[in-house]
Design a protein around this ligand. Structure first.
Ligand SMILES: Cc1ncc(COP(=O)(O)O)c(C=O)c1O
Length: 372
């Protein structure tokens, strides 16, 4: 009897061998809060990955919220976003007492459909959030054309897209605001964490101030009484990253480009192998964009049968997220999201991560090619 293959998880947390020593050094120092390592991590994000003015924060959700605050979103404003995302994208809109307006997506990518985006613009629209589903960049040129026409800022939810490029330019260097996540199962983890990239240097300065209670840490030196001197003029948040998280991030980002190449190589194998498999429709990919492949998705016929077959072979699969509009907080399932509903019914994701061996990839391909 053939030996059963070891089970293959959907995600794998990557922790570099150096991380243990780096984090230990921080713990031993007794200084755990935001310090030099956070700055070093931010410098690494800009020097190594070309991100513009990255401000390190404690989650991708904090980055999204801070972006909305800096974009000046007020109660009653409308913010357009896709429903194909995690609830964080729309929760932060509600947090500001603004209204999430869901635009439809493209069935063939899971990304926001620029036509639907434009159709949903009203005089109350004050920001657009786009999500690079699974790490594949949205149609940014079309999105900027619309944003410019109506003078609306663009916020990229790039939680899945660290290392992705659009026309050879890194995601994180293009829009008014770009938000990354360094949560546990992301490409680069700081445990929990995120970064907000802000194009306008003046607003970037504000982001640094407002991520920590609205206090400018650099300028607020402690007085002889032992407390910093400051005057808060705007609401700030406890959103800063800490040095022990930054130490983890610095260790994990070290060989990120190599790991990303590996993910892309796996994705190429999958795309080649599944091209002609009956019952699978691969997502569309343009040559001018490089996905970060946080996820590998396709559309599948007889999805539950497919999931069962994969499970029997020890391979995890997941829809990751179905359209979030159904949540009561966001007003309940929308009838006008035609492509989103189609997408909900047929999308599936298979493992793509640092823990996959060549044997694992071959096993996944073999099982799928056999049919379900
Ligand atoms: C698309 C998307 N946006 C935002 C977030 C929130 O990121 P975080 O968990 O770092 O707050 C996630 C989390 O996975 C996500 O998938």
């Amino acid at each position: 009897m053939a030996k059963a293959h070891q089970s293959i998880s959907m995600f794998r947390t990557y922790i570099d061998a150096e991380a243990y020593a780096r984090v230990k050094t921080v713990l031993n120092s007794g200084f755990l809060s935001e310090g030099n390592l956070v700055k070093e991590f931010e410098n690494k994000l800009s020097d190594y990955l070309g991100l513009i003015n990255p401000v390190a924060v404690n989650s991708g959700t904090s980055a999204l919220h801070l972006a909305l605050v800096l974009a000046g979103i007020k109660p009653g404003d409308e913010v357009i976003c896709p429903a194909q995302t995690f609830v964080a994208t729309a929760s932060v809109i509600v947090q500001e007492k603004a209204i999430p307006v869901f635009a439809d997506i493209q069935y063939e990518t899971g990304n926001i459909d620029p036509h639907s985006l434009e159709e949903n613009i009203t005089s109350k629209t004050k920001a657009i959030i786009v999500v690079h589903w699974g790490g594949y960049p949205c149609d940014m040129e079309q999105i900027y054309r619309i944003a410019k026409k109506y003078n609306i800022p663009v916020i990229e939810d790039a939680a899945h897209a660290l290392g992705a490029t659009y026309k050879n330019r890194p995601i994180g260097s293009l829009s008014d605001f770009t938000c990354f996540s360094f949560q546990a199962i992301k490409h680069v983890t700081t445990g929990d964490g995120g970064a907000l990239c802000v194009k306008d240097p003046r607003l970037a300065k504000m982001a640094f101030v407002r991520r920590w209670f609205g206090i400018d840490r650099g300028k607020s030196t402690p007085s002889i009484l032992g407390e910093r001197k400051y005057d808060i003029t705007k609401v700030g948040y406890k959103y800063h990253l800490n040095d022990y998280s930054a130490a983890l991030g610095l260790a994990n980002i070290k060989n990120f480009k190599k790991r990303l190449q590996n993910r892309r190589a796996i994705a190429r194998c999958y795309r080649q192998a599944f091209k002609k498999v009956p019952g699978i429709t691969l997502f569309k990919e343009d040559a001018n964009r490089e996905s970060a492949y946080w996820l590998f998705a396709f559309h599948v016929e007889k999805r539950e049968k497919f999931i069962q077959k994969m499970r029997q072979a020890g391979i995890s699969t997941s829809v990751v997220h179905l359209g979030i509009d159904h949540n009561s907080l966001f007003g309940g399932k929308r009838k006008n999201l035609i492509q989103q509903r189609r997408f909900d019914k047929t999308q599936i994701h298979i493992p793509i991560h640092d823990g996959l061996s060549e044997k694992d990839v071959d096993h996944i391909i073999n099982i799928i090619q056999k049919g379900w």
